[in-house]
Design a binder for this molecule. Sequence first.
Ligand SMILES: *[C@@H]1O[C@H](CO)[C@@H](O)[C@H](O)[C@H]1NC(C)=O
Ligand SMILES: *[C@@H]1O[C@H](CO)[C@@H](O)[C@H](O)[C@H]1NC(C)=O
Ligand SMILES: *[C@@H]1O[C@H](CO)[C@@H](O)[C@H](O)[C@H]1NC(C)=O
Ligand SMILES: *[C@@H]1O[C@H](CO)[C@@H](O)[C@H](O)[C@H]1NC(C)=O
Ligand SMILES: *[C@@H]1O[C@H](CO)[C@@H](O)[C@H](O)[C@H]1NC(C)=O
Ligand SMILES: *[C@@H]1O[C@H](CO)[C@@H](O)[C@H](O)[C@H]1NC(C)=O
Ligand SMILES: *[C@@H]1O[C@H](CO)[C@@H](O)[C@H](O)[C@H]1NC(C)=O
Ligand SMILES: *[C@@H]1O[C@H](CO)[C@@H](O)[C@H](O)[C@H]1NC(C)=O
Length: 325
Amino acid sequence: MTPLLPLLYALAAFSGLGSATAAAAPNSKASVFDWDKIRFMYAFGDSYTFVQGTEGFANFSFFGDAFDFAFTPQQILSNQIIPRNTSSEGSNWIEFLTGCFGGSPLNCSKQLWNFAFAGSDISGALLPLHHNYTIPLVDQVNQWATYASDVLPHPTGETLTAWWIGINDTGDTLNNASITDFPAFWETEMAAYFTAVQKAHDNGLKTHLFINVPAEDRSPSIVGNPTEAATMKTHLIQFNTALANHVAAFQAANPDATTMIFDSNAWFNMVLDSPAEFGFNDTTGFCTCADPAGFFWYNTGHPTQLVHELLAAAIDAQLRNSSTV
Ligand SMILES: *[C@@H]1O[C@H](CO)[C@@H](O)[C@H](O)[C@H]1NC(C)=O
Ligand SMILES: *[C@@H]1O[C@H](CO)[C@@H](O)[C@H](O)[C@H]1NC(C)=O
Ligand SMILES: *[C@@H]1O[C@H](CO)[C@@H](O)[C@H](O)[C@H]1NC(C)=O
Ligand SMILES: *[C@@H]1O[C@H](CO)[C@@H](O)[C@H](O)[C@H]1NC(C)=O
Ligand SMILES: *[C@@H]1O[C@H](CO)[C@@H](O)[C@H](O)[C@H]1NC(C)=O
Ligand SMILES: *[C@@H]1O[C@H](CO)[C@@H](O)[C@H](O)[C@H]1NC(C)=O
Ligand SMILES: *[C@@H]1O[C@H](CO)[C@@H](O)[C@H](O)[C@H]1NC(C)=O
Ligand SMILES: *[C@@H]1O[C@H](CO)[C@@H](O)[C@H](O)[C@H]1NC(C)=O
């Protein structure tokens, strides 16, 4: 993180949030977490998180697709990040957070190994894939465990794994009439999600940052429809509550884990409530353009690069704050 201004924004943001932030400090029994010592960052998720790889599916991933799932060690180690090729007009939050913007992750002081796939839901067994080539979250973990876990280092204390999923799940199910009990459906989703988290953990990823679903009820695709937006908001509260409960249960069941939650929902709402403080003057429209100055949203469902940059600064501040040194 180089930019000083976003960091100040982030600190101001957090002081405004007060106790609503619910920033989870590392579990006291867990191994010590020190953000400055993190050299390897793994990521699982969707379009908000994916980066383009030379070994990836164009506009969707860093590592292949459902039909190109296997990797040799040589392919893994030669994969490079194509700069500014994300779901925003430029770089995304995890590139800002790690400083790994392009080229080989091996060259970064925090190496970014990103298994996120755009349009991903948690599991293809629960919701239809967006495309037949989509790799949902549970399979991203399988891909890492099978092909990468023995190739890429993940020493405890120097490794952080980010999980950001649920944006597509909550979007896809908004008007799904066959789901009559949404809290029960989210429980089913969490069971699949945390089976994957456990698999990652059992294969050596011990320190986890979970990011909840942001305020998609305020995205341009839905904000103009108050009824849908209200339903979405209810679903997001349910999903994020279930997520927090499952993070706590996972932590309790795995004393050697370190878990943290970043409340992106609160952070999005905070910025959308005070846009001018952060340099935005349009929070309901979007500009799918090279320079969306002033716009929060890049298209109907994805934020602009400035949002990603500020978000990374806020996450960086929380990780620093959570560090026990
Ligand atoms: C991203 O990279 C892919 C090739 O992997 C290319 O087809 C696409 O046009 C690029 N997108 C942007 C926005 O640069
Ligand atoms: C990737 O996205 C960019 C920008 O939307 C588009 O111009 C390009 O054609 C896409 N590439 C592929 C291979 O679909
Ligand atoms: C790695 O960094 C070196 C030195 O900065 C640079 O010359 C090289 O091109 C980089 N390689 C890749 C694959 O990014
Ligand atoms: C989900 O994924 C698709 C890509 O397949 C994307 O176009 C869409 O905007 C995403 N978001 C939501 C909320 O569904
Ligand atoms: C994937 O879907 C596309 C279009 O929907 C289709 O043309 C293609 O044959 C499918 N690929 C496989 C391997 O099923
Ligand atoms: C609606 O949700 C059910 C899960 O209860 C799923 O099986 C079905 O495929 C979903 N329908 C659509 C169109 O996504
Ligand atoms: C919104 O902000 C951008 C960037 O600062 C500026 O260029 C634009 O003129 C502003 N638009 C309005 C309507 O204030
Ligand atoms: C830092 O930690 C303190 C105490 O846990 C908390 O009150 C504060 O909100 C945190 N700040 C950030 C930026 O996470």
